[in-house]
Design a binder for this molecule. Structure first.
Ligand SMILES: [Fe+2]
Length: 425
């Protein structure tokens, strides 16, 4: 920031209200502040004043953020890693609710924000922090707005607790999602270009991963819609397989949670499990519903359902991540499964997990040729086959959740309900 740009503003200070003063000043500051990177959208990693270490830091941050699939966690990780990069007393990221995001103006007009995350000492509580961003008109510019002493010492400055600040609007697509605010220099010095560079860099990291998560959410929504259509077809074709699929979905989700799987993996496993037998859509109904013994040719045809399911699901990009479950859920660690006869380490772990859930449900349900086994008997059979027919680790996971497994109830068949409405398992 230059003294010249501030001096121009101060000439008319007493003729303006505090809000007008700050808004006018913000426009000036923005113009002077954004010039430090020549309007470039991305800060340059090779900036001589920043150095290669910054690039390494941001690459590492990017890797960490790629593992994250929730907005609060994203914000927390960014603040935790960022707090030492700028000599500030505190910093915050405040989010707006969906209803606030219809436009930057709408976002700016609301006095309260939902979702407040902070580190260090932040002198303004959420409503005032929102107000600070509002009067600085931060939502109207794509760069950080810097406030230094030349501004905050004015009589019209409405926030005496704030001596220095850098504020940047965070966007998801075209809409304002929230604000990143850095408060007060630690040494009571002025925030310089390097501090503004870091605010820009971290803001872009947040925005990039907000966009990524949004894209993933859209893909999940599409996957759910596709799965609903496929499941309805399965229900009409063979209700027994349909209900079995729903129970295997519930059980697989329980195992996934018990194993500490990530949110994304839980979703993948649930979708994969409820569609694991979708290849049976291509099997003749008379074979699926046959009450007596199946002929060799019937069995041969039935054993094609993993490949048929794989071939059907691969038509949908949004379900590409569950293909291994459909194709490999009848493989066995000892190589005795089908269709490929893979051995333990060759079988993708989601397929090994669903295989155990699939078998537990098959064992405990009545069949035309036998009554369903009790929970205890089914668990004993799975234990005896652990390491050969089923992955021992997955069988242990089932055992450790034994009580919950026994009392598991199938939820509503609509996936959107089962997944918690917003895609949350
Ligand atoms: Fe199957």
């Amino acid at each position: 920031m230059t003294a010249r740009s501030c001096g121009v503003i101060f000439e008319n200070t007493d003729k303006l209200s505090g809000i007008e003063f700050v808004a006018n000043l913000a426009r000036e500051l923005t113009l002077s502040t954004v010039s430090w990177n020549n309007g470039a959208r991305l800060p340059s990693y090779s900036s001589p004043s920043i150095g290669d270490e910054a690039g390494a830091f941001l690459d590492e941050l990017d890797l960490a953020l790629q593992q994250i699939d929730s907005e609060p966690e994203l914000v927390e990780v960014c603040l935790t890693r960022f707090i030492d990069r700028v000599p500030a007393e505190g910093m915050s990221i405040q989010r707006f609710s969906q209803a606030d995001q219809s436009s930057p103006e709408a976002a700016m007009s609301l006095p309260n924000s939902r979702g407040w995350h902070s580190r260090g000492r932040c002198p303004l509580p959420p409503p005032l922090a929102d107000n600070l961003a509002e009067v600085l008109r931060v939502a109207q510019v794509p760069k950080p707005v810097v406030v230094n002493r030349s501004v905050s010492q004015s009589r019209s400055w409405p926030y005496p607790e704030v001596r220095q600040a850098i504020v940047r609007a965070l966007r998801k697509g075209e809409q304002v999602w929230g604000y990143l605010t850095v408060f007060n220099h630690l040494e009571d010095a002025e925030f310089d270009r390097e501090s503004a560079w870091w605010v820009e860099a971290i803001s872009q990291a947040v925005e990039q991963h907000l966009q990524r998560m949004e894209a993933e959410r859209s893909a999940t929504e599409l996957g759910i819609t596709t799965a609903e259509v496929l499941l309805r077809s399965l229900q009409q074709k063979d209700n027994v397989t349909y209900e079995h699929s729903l129970r295997v979905g519930e059980l697989s989700l329980l195992l996934a949670k018990n194993l500490g799987c990530s949110f994304a993996d839980q979703q993948m496993l649930y979708l994969g499990a409820i569609l694991h037998d979708i290849g049976k859509l291509s099997i003749d109904g008379s074979i699926l519903r046959k009450a007596g013994d199946l002929s060799d040719s019937d069995l041969e045809r039935l054993r094609e359902h993993p490949q048929l399911g794989h071939d059907l699901l691969k038509c949908f990009d949004s379900l590409a991540h569950i293909l291994p479950i459909a194709l490999f859920h009848h493989e066995q660690p000892d190589g005795g499964g089908y269709p490929l006869g893979l051995e333990l380490d060759q079988i993708p772990w989601p397929a090994r997990l669903v295989s155990v859930a699939d078998s537990y449900d098959a064992l405990t349900r009545d069949r035309p040729y036998r009554q369903g086994y009790s929970h205890e008997r089914a668990m004993q059979i799975l234990r005896e086959g652990a390491g050969q027919q089923w992955d021992a680790e997955m069988v242990r996971a089932l055992e450790s959740a034994s009580e919950a497994v026994e009392s598991l109830e199938t939820r509503a068949p609509l996936l959107r309900v089962a997944l918690g409405g917003s895609g949350l398992p």
